[in-house]
Ligand binder design. Structure first.
Ligand SMILES: Nc1nc(=O)c2c([nH]1)NC[C@@H]1CN(c3ccc(C(=O)N[C@@H](CCC(=O)O)C(=O)O)cc3)CN21
Ligand SMILES: CC(C)C(=O)C(=O)O
Length: 289
């Protein structure tokens, strides 16, 4: 390997984009909501790989490297075991594969809850080692001080409230939130606390629609719904869910393609052709002349 191209780890991961100044910025996303109105809803999808980012980039305002990759890519039972190293590797790949959307990387469970200092240290690693534009973390009132601490020190933060999957062991499952008056009030209070603390947007996941709307109306920054409401200021889905890669998906998923069938059919066709020796054919083999 030539030493000319040997960069230090952080630099090579934060690969410069083809047109860095063309990327959407976090303040531009934040300004989409003016006086409580978002004329142009914010489009976000998850991305975990460079090629996926390339395909989604032109259609999205934000690409989220979600910790859902634990389940979607690594086959883990929840997002709880996901590590900072996984998020850094996939975050860097998504930044390399995109040049238009702002890339946001999830802070995994256990890397930010202990203190604002712990959160800053790990969020700074995500920014430095991936080149992402900001981070997302779960929690409302309890995380407001941390959100303020990060934002005031140069790290944009997206909040995430309602159904917060990292708290699955406390919540006891992935059922919708906000059905009781107390829970509904807490969700709106969480949204306000994050907004006041300087979050540039807030994901509202798995919340009964009237409460998703109430939380959206209670904040100056844009809300991003997933199992929320079409009246949220933007929407997000897990790309693999939206592509129809899974048989079982949450109620809030709409399938825009049937990729699982395409992949399965292609593999079946390939297997049949290997077995009857019709693959490789003349076009896929090297002849002497
Ligand atoms: N592929 C994928 N999509 C997601 O949206 C997602 C992940 N993975 N992993 C992390 C979290 C977990 N999430 C989930 C997981 C399951 C339900 C779910 O099945 N909910 C039920 C209702 C409640 C229940 O029966 O427990 C539903 O039918 O919507 C919802 C969100 C959202 N996130
Ligand atoms: C579902 C989205 C909002 C997420 O947090 C993730 O992909 O982990």
């Amino acid at each position: 390997m030539s030493t000319t191209f040997q960069l230090d780890t952080a630099t090579s991961r934060a690969n410069p984009t083809p047109a860095p100044m063309k990327r959407l910025t976090v303040p531009a996303i934040r300004r989409r909501k003016k006086d409580g109105v978002t004329a142009d809803p914010i489009v976000m999808l998850t991305a975990y790989t460079a090629r996926q980012a390339q395909l989604l980039d032109e259609h999205c305002d934000l690409l989220l490297v979600g910790d859902s990759l634990g389940q979607v890519i690594y086959g883990l039972p929840s997002s709880v075991p996901v590590t900072l190293e996984m998020m850094i590797a996939h975050g860097a790949a998504v930044v390399r594969g995109s040049y238009h959307a702002a890339v946001i990387v999830d802070m995994p469970f256990g890397t930010y809850e202990q203190s604002p200092q712990q959160a800053f240290e790990n969020a700074a690693r995500l920014l430095k080692e991936t080149g992402c534009a900001g981070v997302k973390l779960e929690g409302g009132v309890a995380m407001a001080e941390t959100v303020r601490f990060l934002n005031e020190r140069g790290i944009p933060v997206m909040g995430h409230i309602g159904l917060t999957p990292q708290a699955v062991n406390v919540l006891g499952g992935y059922n919708a939130r906000g059905r009781s008056d107390a829970e509904a009030a807490k969700i709106v209070a969480d949204a306000k606390a994050l907004d006041d603390a300087g979050a540039f947007s807030i994901v509202i996941e798995g919340v009964v629609e009237p409460i998703a709307i109430a939380a959206t109306q209670a904040i100056a920054c844009p809300s991003i719904g997933i199992g929320g409401s079409a009246q949220c200021d933007g929407q997000v889905l897990v790309t693999e869910d939206m592509l129809g890669m899974f048989e079982r998906v949450p109620r809030f998923v709409k399938r825009y393609a049937d990729m699982a069938s395409l992949v399965s059919q292609a593999a079946a066709n390939y297997a049949a052709e290997v077995r009857d020796r019709s693959f490789p054919g003349i076009e896929q083999t090297y002849q002497p002349k």
